[in-house]
Design a protein around this ligand. Structure first.
Ligand code: HEC
Length: 129
């Protein structure tokens, strides 16, 4: 838990708050997914999600992966995250690329580990969870 201007808030809320009040940082601000959500793209996204994200977020994205119990803050239910108005392409790309270091969370940064294309494939997969 970290204290934010609104009192106690978890790290996901801190991220949400930054996006609303301060904006998405460069170079992510304004980015749009350049890939079409083809079957091939969705399958590639699923493959990356299962190998890189499911250990914490769960195979279906409910935040119930085997590593989740040990984490504070816990990984959120991605279905809820995706329903927020803030969950635009640039917000998701920023989150996945930079991880949770700035917010004191265990969410890893993937900008060195996954190609930009792989990150966009995952974002399409998330929107179709
Ligand atoms: C080591 C565990 C772990 C792994 C692996 C992981 N995450 Fe996370 N993730 C977290 C935690 C903890 C949070 C909540 C704190 C935060 O937002 O930084 C989070 C938050 C998020 C959020 C939500 C931010 C918000 O708006 O609330 C998204 C989207 C996300 N992760 C996507 C992914 C994707 C995609 C992958 C794989 C490429 C992934 N995560 C891998 C732990 C993990």
């Amino acid at each position: 838990m970290r204290m934010g201007p609104g009192g106690m808030m978890n790290c996901s809320m801190a991220r949400h708050y930054q996006a609303m009040r301060i904006g998405i940082p460069a170079p992510y601000a304004g980015m749009r997914n350049p890939l079409a959500p083809t079957q091939e793209t969705l399958e590639a996204g699923k493959k990356h999600f299962l190998s890189h994200c499911a250990s914490c977020h769960g195979e279906q994205g409910y935040g119930d992966g085997p590593a989740a119990l040990a984490l504070n803050p816990p990984p959120p239910n991605l279905h809820g995250v995706l329903r927020r108005g803030t969950a635009r392409d640039d917000y998701l790309m920023w989150t996945i690329s930079e991880g949770g270091k700035a917010f004191g969370s265990a969410m890893p940064a993937y900008k060195e580990t996954l190609s930009e294309e792989a990150r966009w494939q995952i974002i399409h997969f998330l929107r179709n969870l």
